[in-house]
Write a protein that binds this ligand. Sequence first.
Ligand code: SF4
Length: 214
Amino acid sequence: MVLQPPCEGKILLHACCAPCSGAIVECMVRSGFKPVIFWSNSNIYDRKEYELRRAEMLRYAAQYGLEVVDDDYDHPAWLETVRGLEREPERGKRCLQCFRYRLERAARYAAANGFSILTTTLASSRWKDKEQVNAAGRAALAAINSAGPDPVWWDQDWRKGGLQIRRSEIIREQNFYNQTFCGCDFSKLQQVESRGQAGHHDADHAHQLDQDVQ
Ligand code: SF4
């Protein structure tokens, strides 16, 4: 696949986890781009889960020699941002807030550090609403009011051009830690509830392997 960023300049890639980042990072590097990875995922609960996912991202980025900017982990601040939306389903209003929280942090960093382009791995999974992610990215950039030129949102469809298949291949090749829920307390609870209703159903594994057909 030939990648065409919206402009020239440095690329900041917000990464939500290694499984979602694998094919995107590989594709960017093979296309001659060297993104800086912005790890900002205060949504993840609990701290052990956070560290497991972070370690996998660092391990993968190191294979390509990519710089990773490690944002602060502040789950209480993230919880405050989604207050009142706890019972929302995935792809609902809570997820939009969650994306905006993380992407605003990425947008601020990008603007303050001379990046021309911002994008994210958030929409690489079929569990996510691509339009919701792109709307959050654009809103994040609009909200930061930076003094200099704002970075541009790159709304590449990271599921096309063979990347969906490659995503699953890399997950297997790398033997990434098996994430069984999206990340936050509420997605964990929803996973437990759906497991209870469906017995030992394996659908939760689709979060990593994307074998579902949503
Ligand atoms: S389900 Fe996932 S995207 Fe939605 S709020 Fe929780 S961590 Fe964020």
